[in-house]
Ligand binder design. Structure first.
Ligand SMILES: Cc1cc2nc3c(=O)[nH]c(=O)nc-3n(C[C@H](O)[C@H](O)[C@H](O)COP(=O)(O)OP(=O)(O)OC[C@H]3O[C@@H](n4cnc5c(N)ncnc54)[C@H](O)[C@@H]3O)c2cc1C
Length: 432
C-alpha cells in the first residue's frame, strides 16, 4: 500500500516517547501524524507476559500518579493499580536489608574496626584520590573502597552494567547512580542516623492494570486517534529515504510519505534504515526475565529485592502477587538477569537463581518456572566513551533530517516514564 496522505510527522516507535511526541505535536498544531512500530502492541519496552493465570512484567515497573505522562493522558489514571511497594537488598552477608544502603547492616554490623575502616577509606577516597574516570571511581569517591565491597554495591554494579564498573563511562554512572551521591552526603547520613521521618511520599505508587500495558496505552492511543493520529503496529521499517522536501518510510509493501521523521527506535535501527551505517560500540543490554510461581516461605517481606551479594547472577526480583494478589495460594514473581552474566542462557540463569536463593534461605518451598523472555535493547550501557559516539550518530541522523530521541532513540538511560515524557516534551518544544 502506498499512503496517499502526506503526513506532517511520521513517528517511529509507540513507546512512551512515541505516544508523548504525538501528543505534543498535536498541541503544536501538527494535523496529520502517523505512529509506526514494529511491535504489534503499544508501550515499547513496557512488556508484560501472561502465562496461565499469571501476568508478569519483564522487569520492575512502578509508576506515580504525579507523572507528567498523565498530564497528556489523564484518562489512564483510573486503570492503574495503586500499590504500596517496598524495596530491599540481599546483602553479601546473607541478610535482607534496606536498599540501596543500610546503615545497620552495611555500617554498624561491621563492628568497631569495620566502622573505622569505612571512615578511613571514605576519607582516603575523597581527599587522596586524584581522578574520577569511570563508574567505579565514582562509587569509590562517595562511599570508599571498603563500604563499596562490604555493602555489595560493587558486585551489583557488575550485574547491572554487564561489564566491570571500571569500563563504564563516568557520564553513565552519574546518571544511573545519582542516588549514591544523595545517600552518602553528610546531610543524608545524619538524616538516617537521627531517623527523621520527614520524607513521606506525597505521590501514590502505581502498577499497570492486571490486563497489561497494551490495554493501558490503548487508552492513550484512543485519545490520539480521536484527534486524528493514525497507528500502524506490527510494521517493520525497511528503509527511510528522502523524497523532495520530505521523506518516504518503506515498510514491507507499505510506503508512508511525511514532512518530518521523529525516531524513538534503537539508534542503530534508525541509522541502518537511513543507510547511514551503524556503530557497533553503541551496545545495549539484553535482559533475561524469568517468571516463577511459588508457595512456601519466601524469606523476605519487600516486593522488590536487589541482589547485592557477591555471587548469583540475578540482578533484581519483583513479587507481582504483592500488587495483584496471590493466585490459588501461589505467589508469583519475575527475576531480571543480564544475559551476558548468565552465559546468554536461560537454563543457566534459572539454575543459578535456584541454587543462589537456596544458599541464602530464600524461597523454601515449591518454586516453579512458569516461563521466560529474552529482551534485547533493555537499556543502553555507556562504555568506550559512548557519549561522543552517540553525539556523532545523532548528528548524522540530524543531518539526514531525522529527529531521534528517547531511551532507545537518544541512546539515553531514561530510568522512568516520567523522564522520558519530560525529555520528549523538551526536545519537541525546543524545536518548535
Ligand atoms: C526493565 C525496565 C524497568 C523499568 N522500570 C521502570 C519503572 O519502574 N518506572 C518507570 O516509569 N519506567 C521504568 N522503565 C523505564 C521506562 O520504561 C522508559 O523510560 C520508557 O519506557 C522509555 O520509553 P521510550 O519510548 O523512549 O523507549 P522504549 O519503550 O524502549 O521503546 C521505543 C521503541 O523502540 C522499539 N524497541 C523497544 N524495545 C525494543 C526491542 N527490545 N527490540 C527492538 N525494538 C525495540 C520499539 O519500536 C519501541 O516502540 C523501565 C525500563 C525497563 C527496560
Amino acid at each position: 500500500m502506498v499512503s496517499t496522505v502526506d503526513y506532517d510527522a511520521i513517528i517511529l516507535g509507540a513507546g512512551i516517547t512515541g505516544l508523548v511526541s504525538a501528543s505534543v505535536l498535536k498541541e503544536q498544531g501538527c494535523r496529520r501524524i502517523i505512529v509506526i512500530d514494529e511491535f504489534d502492541r503499544l508501550g515499547g519496552n513496557h512488556i508484560d507476559c501472561s502465562i496461565g493465570p499469571y501476568t508478569f512484567d519483564i522487569g520492575s515497573f512502578i509508576f506515580q500518579d504525579d507523572s507528567p505522562l498523565l498530564a497528556h493522558f489523564p484518562e489512564m489514571l483510573s486503570d492503574y493499580v495503586p500499590i504500596d511497594p517496598s524495596w530491599g537488598k540481599l546483602t553479601p552477608q546473607g541478610a535482607v536489608a534496606s536498599y540501596p544502603l543500610s546503615i545497620k547492616e552495611d555500617i554498624l554490623r561491621s563492628g568497631l574496626w569495620g566502622c573505622a575502616r569505612i571512615g578511613l577509606s571514605v576519607l582516603f577516597s575523597r581527599f587522596a584520590r586524584a581522578k574520577i574516570d569511570n563508574a567505579r571511581d565514582f562509587a569509590r569517591y562517595w562511599i570508599g573502597d571498603y563500604l563499596l565491597r562490604r555493602s555489595g554495591l560493587e558486585s551489583y554494579m557488575m550485574r547491572f552494567f554487564g561489564v566491570a564498573a571500571e569500563k563504564v563511562d563516568l557520564d553513565f554512572a552519574e546518571k544511573r547512580m545519582l542516588w549514591l551521591k544523595e545517600h552518602s552526603s553528610p546531610k543524608a547520613l545524619l538524616r538516617h542516623l537521627t531517623r527523621h521521618k520527614s520524607v513521606v511520599p506525597t505521590n501514590r505508587q502505581l502498577a499497570r492494570p492486571r490486563s497489561g500495558y497494551h490495554d493501558l496505552y490503548s487508552i492513550a492511543a484512543e485519545k490520539l486517534r480521536r484527534q486524528g493520529v493514525v497507528f500502524r503496529l506490527g510494521c517493520e521499517i525497511d528503509l527511510i529515504r528522502k523524497a523532495g522536501p520530505g521523506f518516504v518510510v518503506e515498510a514491507g509493501d507499505d510506503r508512508y510519505v511525511g514532512k518530518r521523521i521523529i525516531s524513538t527506535i534503537p539508534i542503530n535501527r534508525a541509522l541502518a534504515s537511513c543507510r547511514l551505517g551503524v556503530d557497533a560500540d553503541l551496545t545495549s543490554v539484553t535482559l533475561i526475565s524469568l517468571f516463577f510461581s511459588f508457595s512456601g516461605r519466601r524469606g523476605f517481606d519487600c516486593s522488590v529485592l536487589y541482589n547485592f551479594s557477591h555471587d548469583g547472577c540475578w540482578k533484581r526480583l519483583t513479587v507481582y502477587s504483592d500488587f495483584y494478589g496471590a493466585i490459588e495460594g501461589r505467589e508469583y514473581f519475575g527475576v531480571e538477569v543480564i544475559a551476558s552474566q548468565a552465559r546468554d542462557s536461560i537454563e543457566f540463569a534459572e539454575q543459578d537463581f535456584r541454587s543462589h536463593v537456596s544458599r541464602n534461605n530464600l524461597f523454601a518451598g515449591d518454586l516453579t518456572l512458569e516461563g521466560s523472555r529474552l529482551v534485547p535493547h533493555a537499556y543502553p550501557v555507556y562504555v568506550n566513551r559512548a557519549q561522543e559516539k552517540v553525539a556523532a550518530a545523532l548528528a548524522k541522523l540530524r543531518a539526514f533530517g531525522v529527529e531521534s530521541f528517547g531511551r532507545q532513540g537518544g541512546f539515553d538511560y531514561q530510568p522512568t516514564a516520567r523522564v522520558s515524557t519530560q525529555n520528549a516534551e523538551a526536545q519537541l518544544r525546543a524545536r518548535a
